[in-house]
Design a protein around this ligand. Structure first.
Ligand code: HEM
Length: 438
């Protein structure tokens, strides 16, 4: 496929939109205060299903999005990372128990949703501040997990497939019923009284000046928001963003590791070095930072198959770019991340899997905006660091225990479905072999 270089204008019906893979243009758009809003093509279809009030698609009219972001950001800040890592350790045995079982049974299996269940358990503790750990691998909770992922998948369909913007079509294909499951799930965990209690509890802490220094995401919401419905929508949105993304990135990383054996060996040796003699050793944030090769593997895997295929902004006022291009007010600008990451001039032989592309000396040679899996600028992914710590931690522990295999001939034959993160469809299977440590 020929890479469509640069910036072009196309017509979506009667509306002109800009599509760009030019790193300079991307930088200008993502950092411009005139472009804080998500493009209508992505945000409007979601308004009826996931509220337009949630951080993910909120408009910045009257500084609305900006003030939400300011309130919620501390819930995922670096000062919280050690606590998050503790929760990752708490939940790891739930995941490993299932993987041990799969390994014993032998053969291959589809890992889809296994990491999602882990991520959901962790998110309950780190984001929602649940006191008692919930294990989403256990039967009843696993069913509830399915309710949630099916519901959020249905919610994102109108943004992924225009035909589902027609409510009748969306309902006809069963998405209305699936979407209801998202609310059923939230009803299980956040019955109205519980939410109201929590909200008044945290508001009273604020009034009495008794707020802790560090607060989890949900508590930041309880303390500031006044409507239970909005809190529920914010919480379901952040859960969807945190769970599906992690599942997708880990599945993609594993399939690459299974196919590229030398890379897997290097990654495993690094995991051994950092974890040490005992698999159960507790890792610190400094240890996670030492997983440099695994970090590059994840980045290359997200480059080769980018799990958020496109981001888009609405230009809030006439904007003259550095290259002289004039973009009129209200134009949508699309940034196709997968194509951006396959530009052969920036990533030679783009279909090859080469983690060394992310060695610091190679990164330095590229434009900072040539690689954007988490986006950049003020509206970038708020959970970027959280996600990278989680994914690196899981991969290191998994590779320490297991060798990952796959009999798939060609991973490029895999099909994907986006809602909004890439889910591998079709015959996606991996196998696990226990490693013998000497
Ligand atoms: C590897 C996993 C992840 C990837 C690849 C990813 C990617 C992205 C991307 C591309 C955006 C869009 C930014 C834009 O429009 O410019 C985004 C936004 C967002 N992400 Fe993530 N994400 C991941 C994990 C997470 C996690 C773990 C959380 C929460 C803990 C999270 C929460 C959010 C939120 C709330 C937004 C909206 C931010 C805003 O509009 O202000 N994401 N993410």
């Amino acid at each position: 496929m020929k890479f469509p270089q640069g910036t072009s204008r196309i017509w979506l019906g009667f509306k002109p939109v800009i599509i760009t893979t030019d790193s300079n243009v991307i930088q200008e758009i993502l950092t411009s205060p005139a472009c804080f809003d998500v493009a209508d093509e992505l945000s409007v279809p979601l308004k009826n299903t996931i509220t337009g009030e949630s951080l993910l698609i909120a408009s910045n009219k009257d500084d609305k999005w900006k003030s939400q972001r300011k309130i919620l950001s501390p819930g995922l800040s670096a000062s919280m990372h050690p606590e998050f890592l503790t929760a990752f350790h708490t939940h790891l045995p739930n995941l490993m128990e299932v993987l041990d079982e799969k390994c014993k049974i032998g053969g291959e299996f589809n890992p889809d949703n296994l990491f999602g269940k882990f991520a959901m358990g962790v998110a309950f503790e780190t984001i929602l501040d649940f006191d008692v750990p919930v294990n989403f691998f256990q039967h009843d909770h696993a069913l509830q997990y399915e309710m949630f992922v099916n519901g959020s998948n249905a919610a994102f369909q109108p943004a992924v497939q225009p035909k589902f913007q027609i409510p009748l079509m969306w309902r006809f294909f069963g998405y209305g019923a699936e979407f209801q499951k998202l609310f059923d799930f939230m009803e299980i965990y956040f019955p109205k009284m519980f939410l109201k209690e929590k909200m008044s509890e945290w508001k009273s802490y604020e009034e009495n000046g008794a707020l802790p220094k560090r607060m989890k995401y949900a508590n930041l919401l309880y303390k500031k928001w006044t409507e239970a419905k909005l809190v529920t929508c914010q919480l379901s949105t952040i859960l969807a963003a945190a769970v599906d993304s992690t599942d997708s990135v880990l599945c993609l990383a594993l399939i690459h590791l299974a196919k590229f054996k030398e890379v897997q060996t290097k990654a495993y040796l690094e995991a051994r070095r950092v974890i040490g003699q005992d698999y159960d050793n507790v890792l610190s944030i400094t240890d996670i930072d030492k997983l440099k090769y695994i970090d590059m593997v994840i980045k290359e895997s997200m480059r080769r198959i980018t799990n958020t295929p496109v981001i888009a902004r609405k230009v809030g006022k006439d904007l003259k770019l550095g290259n002289g291009l004039m973009i009129p007010k209200s134009t949508s600008v699309f940034i196709p991340l997968h194509l951006l990451h396959h530009n052969p001039e920036v990533f030679p032989n783009p279909d090859a899997f080469i983690p060394e592309r992310f060695l610091p000396e190679n990164v330095e040679k590229r434009h900072r905006y040539a690689y954007q899996p988490f986006s950049s600028g003020p509206r970038n992914c708020i959970g970027k660091k959280y996600a990278m710590i989680e994914v690196k931690f899981v991969l290191a522990k998994l590779l320490y225990k297991f060798e990952v295999t796959s009999s798939m001939e060609n991973i490029d034959d895999l099909n994907f479905e986006y809602a909004p993160f890439a889910k591998i469809r079709g015959d996606f299977r991996i196998g696990l072999r226990e490693r013998r440590h000497i």
